[in-house]
Design a protein around this ligand. Sequence first.
Ligand SMILES: [Fe+2]
Ligand SMILES: [Fe+2]
Length: 381
Amino acid sequence: MNPAHVFRRSLAQRLFVLLALPAAGAVVSGCFFSSSCPETDDEPIAAERCFTWPPEDTGAGGSGGGSVDPLVCPSRQDAAVRLNDQFFAAHTVKSDGTLKNGQCCYATEFIPYCEGRPYLVDERARTAPALHGRGDGGWGAKASGGPDVSAIAPDLRAALAAEWTRDALFEHASVASFGRFALELLAAGAPAELVEEAHRAALDEVRHARLCFALASAYAGEPVRPGAFPFEGATEVVADLASIAARTAKEGCIGETIAAVIAAEQCAKAEDPAVAEVLAGIAADEAQHAELAWRTVAWAIRVGGERVRAAVEEVFAGLGHGAVLDAGGAGDPRLARHGRLAGAALSEAAARAMEEVVRPAAGMLLSARGEGVAAAASLSA
Ligand SMILES: [Fe+2]
Ligand SMILES: [Fe+2]
């Protein structure tokens, strides 16, 4: 059994045990590796996006519910919500919808949710800018040895530098995301254990960011560091438990679970030991972050009842079978042996994560029997 398969089974088992329901699977040993981002620049990807219209199960999984007009596409705002769920990316809808063969289609720009926990503002993932050649500001952690770049073609080195810079910026943004998450847990009156773990996770993300910036710098041949994070003077702290649970389901239960599973796929590909070492530490942490998210949602459902449960259910119901992460291109096949998945390989890994881990765990979380939720949420009141 290959390491990636073992990793998926193990993570699924951990989540099933966490949710206190029957599980089968092997105990994993060996590789734990990190998530990856699609091959892109820091710019959003422009593409036409479509979804089935009218929805097959009108009233379920949509935004707003109620009856729909089969001849009128949803507003740009509603379409963004649907597209974000369907393609697991942060979309900006740039045009009104057009009906085409039973689908509503829009011109969009999107950023895939790729690194564990994005910092979302109005459904868009936000990151700091990258600064090049101005010192590392302490962000370039001393990775042991660093990757061997001597035999890598210049264009591939540049591509790897861009990949790791992108990851580093998302890891850096995850620090902000966990910071906000911790504040929201406080606002919702969460148990101390969850608040403590959220802060610990933020420190993990600082470490991930430093390691990724170190790799980016090694491939770039110059220091790469983050600039100022664009909070723009406002950080919204939501206190509504249903909203917190829904966002945690999206960013954590789905996002960090997929991130951890993709890492295992990269495990099987990475050949440079220095890269593998970095990825190993990141992936193990991301799996723990996923567990924190599932536990948090379980607690929120137990405390908040049916309204919270319905909000979480809508998040999972919105994930149609099929594409869950669009990698936005074919990808460079040379990246794989350097521990980077791109293109179709990335999409397929995300799909496996959804089918083998996220959906079964979500089913257990939302089980009508409820004992799994109660057990997983057996935290101090
Ligand atoms: Fe991370
Ligand atoms: Fe994470």
